[in-house]
Design a protein around this ligand. Structure first.
Ligand code: NAD
Length: 349
């Protein structure tokens, strides 16, 4: 528990400070270390307080709250998903999050999480692939070359040793942007005109498109054996990326089934279709890939524990990095019962 005298000001990591932190640590190292934090928290999965996120849907998108607690620390993220935002020059996904001390209920960290969500989503994808992808995987297709895409590429390089990336987006400007951003990062990049071309011969397929509909980014004939699919973009009711027939041929791995059944690719399947929880693969309680020829599918929707891990990682980094401000967001009168007096005295201050 943090001493009460230190609690009046809350450390706040702004967008500017998050970028400074990322560069001070190094982007790839940041995601590799974050992947280790996620894995550590997945290994103690059972002690977390878990609930599907609370979603407010509209015609344009969704706004969600994602809470969890390990009994000592509580965390939540506010996040939106608005696929048509980019047409207005706005982000599809923006987020911020908070950690609090369970013993006092006092916040201990407030942070931007738009950048941190991209980092944690990529780190989560990469750690899942480390357990599920074919041994010795070197190549990955990325379909959907928007805000998340470069983070995915670099996390897979840092965590899984991916060397070759094949890019495709229906908007060639997005692919050009992604290829330009990834230049000089030690990856071999190929731009592909079609999704079919992009997935040709790769070990891993990442789908990270944004569209508020049942889309078919991958059809059944595009996916052979010996491949791992990292399906990131389908993360809402009514929003999927894969043809149902691919799911029927795949060993499916999920974060938290009660949330993924509503939001993931598996919303296309019966409620009792077998899926494996990733944390069980990490602890050895369940099998991951069972043969070289199998299709493994990580049906990623993003779960609160990953955001908790990300905030926990950032909080630990602030012990050695100065990149935060002290935010006056907690009224903390000297006499805890004299909140009114504090307000009254401020009139003359
Ligand atoms: P973005 O809008 O920046 O990029 C999405 C890209 O997908 C765009 O470049 C668009 O042209 C492309 N696209 C759309 N339809 C396509 C198609 N049929 N074929 C090929 N490309 C297509 O969005 P983003 O921030 O990169 O997020 C992508 C998706 O990932 C969103 O749906 C978001 O909700 C989801 N997401 C999931 C998680 C998770 O944990 N699973 C986390 C963050 C974001």
């Amino acid at each position: 528990m943090i001493a009460p005298s230190k609690l009046a000001y809350i450390p706040f990591v702004s967008v500017e400070n998050m970028m400074k932190l990322v560069h001070a640590i190094g982007l790839e190292r940041f995601m590799a270390e974050l992947a280790a934090y996620i894995e550590a928290d997945f290994r103690r999965w059972e002690l977390f307080d878990k609930t599907p996120r609370v979603a407010a849907h509209s015609a344009e998108g969704v706004i969600e709250l994602m809470p969890t607690s390990d009994g000592e620390v509580y965390g939540f993220k506010y996040v939106n998903g608005h696929p048509s935002n980019t047409k207005a020059g706005l982000q599809t996904v923006t987020a911020f999050g908070l950690l609090a001390d369970v013993a006092t209920g006092y916040p201990v960290l407030l942070s931007e999480m738009t950048i941190l969500t991209a980092l944690r989503t990529a780190a989560m994808s990469a750690v899942a692939a480390r357990f599920l992808a074919p041994k010795g995987s070197k190549s990955m297709a990325i379909i959907g070359n928007g805000a998340q895409s470069e983070f995915q590429a670099l996390a897979f390089k840092a965590v899984c040793g991916i060397t070759d990336i094949r890019l495709h987006d229906i908007d060639t400007a997005a692919t050009d942007k992604c290829a330009t951003n990834l230049a000089g990062h030690g990856l071999k990049i190929v731009k592909c005109k079609t999704a079919q071309d992009a997935v040709e011969g790769v070990d891993i397929i990442t789908t990270v498109t944004a569209d508020k509909q049942y889309a078919t980014i991958l059809t059944d004939n595009m996916v052979g054996g010996s491949v791992h699919i990292n399906a990131v973009g389908g993360d809402c009711p009514g929003k999927t990326e894969l043809h149902r027939d691919i799911l029927m041929r795949s060993a499916i791995f999920v974060e938290y089934p009660p949330q993924t059944r509503i939001e993931g690719e598996i919303q296309q399947l019966d409620d009792d279709h077998p899926v494996t929880e990733l944390w069980q693969v990490m602890t050895g309680a369940a099998k991951g890939r069972t043969s070289a020829e199998a299709i493994t599918l990580f049906d990623s929707v993003g779960f609160a524990i990953e955001d908790f891990s990300a905030l926990r990682y950032v909080r630990d980094q602030l012990k050695t990095h100065p990149f935060h401000q002290q935010l006056d967001m907690l009224a903390d009168p000297d006499d805890p019962r004299d909140l009114f007096g504090m307000v009254a005295r401020a009139k003359n201050a």
